[in-house]
Design a protein around this ligand. Sequence first.
Ligand SMILES: [Zn+2]
Length: 446
Amino acid sequence: MENRAKHLVFLGCGLLCAAASVFAVASAPSAAEGPQTGQSAPPTSAPAATSSDASTPNFPVASGARLAGDDKQTRFILDLDRKIEFRAFPLADPYRVVVDIPQVNFQLAAGTGSAARGLVKAFRYGLVMPGGSRIVFDMTGPVKIANSYVLDAANGQPPRLVLDFEQVDRTSFVQSLAPESRPELKPAISESTTATIPAVTSAALPPLATTDARPLIVIDPGHGGIDNGTQSGDQTEKNLVLGFGLALRDRIEKSGKYRVVMTRSDDTFIPLNDRVKIARAQSAALFVSIHADALPRREGDAQGATIYTVSDKASDAEAERLAEAENKADAIAGVNLTDEPTEVADILIDLAQRETKTFSNRFARLLMDEMKTTVRMHKHPLKSAGFRVLKAPDVPSVLVEIGYVSNKGDLEHLVSENWRNKAVGSMVQAIDTFFAKRLATAGPAK
Ligand SMILES: [Zn+2]
């Protein structure tokens, strides 16, 4: 945990904070939010300590967020209860601005960030790692961070984080990026100090008893932290699938036949690549990713669980749409997509992949046979598409959309403990059959 947190380097000023350029007050959305010019800022009035409960960490509180300005200059303001450090940087393809801050307790009104204004299409916020929160802005086009600073409380206003975005052309935007974030350049070894979400290292993984020969199953609850996944009212995919994943883990462990590793067991964001890395680093015998889909309202209604395997070509348009949506998780969380290592094309990997594919498909069919006895299934319950999270060449992997949060009946199931118990029971049954067959034909587990 320490290992991950220390990757986050806080600077008092954004990467591109041009100290000399003072925001033109005439065009400023609100002069009152401008940088302070006075030398002696009034002492920050510490907010009344509202809680002395030692079990609640005393994180800074963000109480309001707003956008102002137009499509030439747009300002973002975050109201806080104390000053914080931050680091802001742009990312390309899609155009985003990421602001890394210490863990903050966001108490913002529902829907904050969903409305477009000026250069900002939308923004979201949340935890990306223990101790670290993040705000990610989707931009309408290339921008520069013309100003970024934190103001003391003054004139009845709380401490504020202020960012000014200005429209620039693509060329100057690309030049402003840190070298490793430039789309054209892909250094073989990135000595990146930008606050991309740190990759999982083997040190971060729980130690394994090497003498334990039981097959290892990785359960991967989708999304987390800043990435909510699909949503319906108060229900978010990230919470529903975490609850399901933990119940599945408990049931599998109870059998005593397998070891289980979770890619996440709390509300933290894990990049897609890291989920795959966890499975590979632990030589997992099976990888099960848990999600809950939603159909956009204009596309009608769909219901039931669907089991996906990986394929180059999607089995149908809906599978293609879904894989595209699920593969966006990293972009949503502000991961720099340009510095991903390219997979080495290799005949051995290809051979391993073919065998892995056979096992993945076999498990998917077993899972369908078991689940259909207890759970409402989609009318085409077995599909395939290019899910990035299923691309480990040597670990049989499936992704289960356990239902549609956009469907009333499905949502009632997804929040029901009784339904969850039945679904989890079927999954464990399928796992048992899968490994019974596998052990019988392939000898001892690896
Ligand atoms: Zn999902």
